[in-house]
Design a protein around this ligand. Structure first.
Ligand code: FES
Length: 163
């Protein structure tokens, strides 16, 4: 069965801590996520999302503090605005905009993290592997420094078709 790779840009103050809480509480959630810990969801530039897709992500999950709780005041509002601008661009590139999701998950919401991960991985599984080759089109996009050691395993197209 196709197992999606989901790059998770999680704010360290809330969603990343929520994922930690889920882990320490021994809650089960799919191991499909590749976590990138960022200072704020507002730190995630659209090119970071494009980088994730170029490197083989099938989906990208952004997690930030609830509106009003951002440690940098309006970082999460900026994220929301940027995402609404990015989605039409994704369409232009042939990427289903549903492959990107933004969720507000606090440090205390380990259960929400688990249900969002389960739901999103199921949705991406339904959509199937990301088959758009972005190598040439997006050769200039860069990873955020927080992801410099992150490897997103690429599933070869041939392998994905067999499954
Ligand atoms: S500090 Fe968490 S979204 Fe801004």
């Amino acid at each position: 069965m196709f197992e999606p790779r989901v790059v998770c840009f999680f704010c360290k103050w809330c969603t990343y801590a929520g994922a930690d809480l889920a882990g320490t509480s021994r809650k089960q959630y799919p191991p499909n996520g590749v976590a990138v810990r960022v200072n704020c969801s507002g730190r995630v530039d659209p090119q970071h999302i494009l980088w994730a897709f170029r490197e083989g992500a099938d989906g990208v999950l952004l997690g930030g503090c609830h509106p009003g709780d951002c440690h940098y005041q309006d970082g999460n509002y900026n994220t929301m605005r940027r995402l609404s601008l990015l989605k039409p661009m994704l369409k232009e590139l042939g990427i289903d905009p549903d492959r990107v999701r933004l969720e507000w998950i606090s440090a205390a919401e380990g259960d929400k993290l688990v249900s969002v991960m389960n739901e999103f991985v199921d949705e991406i599984r339904e959509l199937g592997p990301m088959t758009v080759d972005l190598g040439e089109k997006l050769s200039g996009v860069e990873a955020p420094p927080e992801a410099k050691d992150v490897k997103i395993a690429k599933q070869s197209k041939a392998k994905a078709k067999k499954k």
